[in-house]
Structures are given as C-alpha cells and as structure tokens.
Design a protein around this ligand. Structure first.
Ligand code: SF4
Ligand code: SF4
Length: 299
C-alpha cells in the first residue's frame, strides 16, 4: 500500500508553487492532469496565448464535466486526517466486535427490502481519475455499506451472483484498453511460478528477471514490481499479456466468489478500478434501502 502523504505530496507542492486553490487541485485530479507537468502549462507570461494555470484548469473542467467546480471540495489535509480518523475508528470498532457477538435468530432485525425493481441504475463513471476522487469522497458511505453487508449476512442470499451480474454488465461498458489504471496503480503480488513464467516469456534466467524487475512484497507473500506503473505496461497494454501474473489475470477479483470476505479489497480497488467502483454503486442502489443507508451498523 502506497504511503498516503507521499501520494499526495506532488499535489500539495503544486498547490503551493502555482498558488492554486483546493478546488483547482481537485478539478485537476478529476481531469487526470499530472502535477509534475504543471510547469509546462503555467507559462502564460512567456507564451501569452496560453491561459493562466488556474483558468486553464477551470476551463478544461467546464468543458469536460459541464459545471464550474466539483460539488464537494476536500483539501488533502482533510482527506489525510479523515483517513487516519476512519482507520482508527475501524480498528477500534473491530476490536470491540472481537469476539463476534452471537445473536439469536429471533433477535435479528428484519431483512432489508430489496430494491431490485425500483432502484435507478447509477450513472456509469468510466474515467479512472474521476473514479478515484469520487471513491475517496464516498469512503465513509462505502464503509457503512460494508458494515451493512456484514450485518445482513444471515439473510443475504446469492450475493456473489448479484456481484457477478453487475460485474458482467459494467465490464461490457468499460474499455480496459482505454483505462489500464490497474497496471498503473494496483500492485499485483507475484508468486515464484509467475516470475518463472515471465522469465521464460522474456527469455532471461529467473534470477536475472527477479533482480531486474521484482522486489519482495511487504508481507513476504511473494514479489511486487515496486512503486509506479508496471514496467510491462506499454501504451495502456500489457506487453507480456500471455504470461502475465495470476493476480493480474483475476483483477478486479469480482468473479472469485465469497465477495463478503473480499469487501475490504473491493473498497480499496474501488478507488483504482472503474469496474469495481460502478459495481459497488450498483450494489448499494440495489441492496441498500435509502432509509438504512445512514443507520449505524457495527463492523
Ligand atoms: S504484468 Fe501486464 S497486466 Fe500485470 S500489471 Fe503489468 S502490464 Fe498490467
Ligand atoms: S480492470 Fe479496472 S482498472 Fe483495470 S483496466 Fe479494466 S477498468 Fe481499468
């Protein structure tokens, strides 16, 4: 997992250096701009036909999203502070629920009414930069939904089938070749077998491949490529597709079943992968009654 503050650092530095507001920074993130390239954009004094950077960002945003600014602007300092607080709260909540509380069947609250027929399908979001920002804004809500699903376990039947149905529908509408965000942002874990297959594919000895491309994973369960985009990503395509690691083959892991046990992974991937983000939104619309959306469910 990448360090939070280092992830946001280039944006924080760009905000100070180019005197941008929090709203401009959020717009730039939703637009998928690279803060390290702002220097090339912020030269309207040398190239007077260019707009000043804040106006350029606002103009691009208006053209792309047909509105003047994001609905909800959150400074990084607040995002980081909120994440720390949420992490602490989740840790505490998990500790309080350990050992699990056993509830007699008769004491269970009534099952939520499914909204299959009436729930409107949420608008599809395909832009990975926008998906990241939206998923971060919905982090609290997503954790409440996770708690709801965990609490609903006794009567939730066929959740895996529902997830699969939405995953199929959403995947058909999203072009992974135009996205490629998992290869830039997710960190697949490789086994020895994965490394061997890739080394054979590239025609290099195993140890040379490992030395050149891999480093041990943080928790020692295999190898990772290291920070940044995958070295085999080329024009948004995998250049070793036939030999790609198993973790890449199964991403975004929605077809694996046991979705309840993978909820934390799904919440994490919702910030990276438009497929996961949209599936989560559709699950919330279908399964989560609006009047239960705000209820406080134990983790
Ligand atoms: S090996 Fe291929 S599929 Fe896996 S992260 Fe790299 S580019 Fe993407
Ligand atoms: S699996 Fe998700 S993140 Fe990866 S390319 Fe497809 S939509 Fe993008």
């Amino acid at each position: 997992m990448k360090n939070l503050s280092s992830k946001y650092q280039p944006w924080i530095e760009a905000r100070k250096k180019y005197h941008l507001s929090h709203a401009h920074i959020q717009m730039a993130r939703e637009l998928g701009l690279n803060p390290k390239e702002f220097g090339k954009l912020a030269n309207h004094r040398q190239e007077p036909w260019k707009l000043p950077l804040p106006e350029f960002i606002a103009e691009l945003y208006r053209k792309r999203f047909h509105k003047d600014r994001p609905d909800d602007v959150r400074p990084f300092e607040q995002i980081v502070a909120d994440k720390k607080r949420q992490k602490q709260e989740r840790k505490q909540a998990r500790a309080e629920c350990d050992p699990p509380i056993r509830v007699a069947a008769g004491d269970l609250p009534p099952p939520p009414a499914p909204r299959l027929a009436s729930a409107p399908v949420p608008a599809l979001e395909t832009d990975p930069a926008r998906v990241r920002v939206l998923a971060e804004q919905k982090e609290d809500e997503n954790w409440r939904f996770r708690a709801f699903l965990k609490g609903a376990k006794p009567w939730l039947q066929g959740l895996d089938d529902t997830v699969l149905r939405h995953a199929d529908e959403v995947s058909r509408q999203i072009d992974c070749c135009a996205c490629g965000n998992c290869c830039r942002e997710a960190e697949p874990v490789l086994s020895d077998a994965d490394a061997g297959r890739l080394a054979d594919h590239l025609g290099v000895p195993w140890d040379q491949f490992v030395g050149q491309y891999l480093q041990p994973s943080e928790n020692g369960d295999g190898y990772v490529f290291g920070p940044g985009p995958c070295p085999f990503l080329c024009d948004n395509r995998c250049s070793v597709y036939a030999a790609r690691p198993d973790d890449c083959r199964s991403f975004p892991h929605l077809h694996k079943g046991e979705f309840l046990a993978r909820l934390m992974q799904a919440l994490r991937n919702a910030t990276i992968c438009p497929i996961v983000y949209n599936v989560l939104e559709r699950l919330k619309a279908e399964l989560w009654e609006s009047d239960t959306a705000d209820m406080d469910v134990p983790f």
